[in-house]
Design a protein around this ligand. Structure first.
Ligand SMILES: [Zn+2]
Length: 113
């Protein structure tokens, strides 16, 4: 389950940031996830609860913000929405799509004290 390593990665970032930004507790985390990042929201929430125990983010709430996937079509030169990596262009049906958004997972905002 790769959600466990993702959750651990988030804690790592929170701990690194704690020193730089001078906080000692994280209360809420807003996380942006694209549909192409292949992350199971339910699994990630579960793993996050597990890995935050005895950390600076114990009991913190994880809010997932789903951002839409987008790709640029090399055939019709349009930006089109995509939900999966091997989707075709919804305007012309081409598979020559270059993903421009939706593969990312990033911490958007933190509530700390
Ligand atoms: Zn197209």
């Amino acid at each position: 389950m790769h959600e466990m390593s993702i959750a651990e990665g988030i804690i790592q970032v929170l701990e690194e940031q704690a020193e730089a930004q001078q906080y000692s507790r994280v209360k809420t985390v807003w996380l942006e996830i694209g549909p192409l990042a292949m992350i199971e929201t339910e699994a990630l929430l579960f793993c996050f609860d597990a890995v935050t125990k005895n950390s600076l983010a114990e009991g913190a709430k994880l809010n997932i913000i789903n951002i839409p996937g987008e790709a640029f079509c090399m055939q019709c030169l349009k930006t089109v929405p995509v939900e999966k990596r091997y989707d075709s262009c919804n305007a012309c049906g081409s598979y020559q799509l270059q993903i421009t958004q939706g593969e990312e997972m990033r911490i958007k905002e933190l509530e700390v004290e």
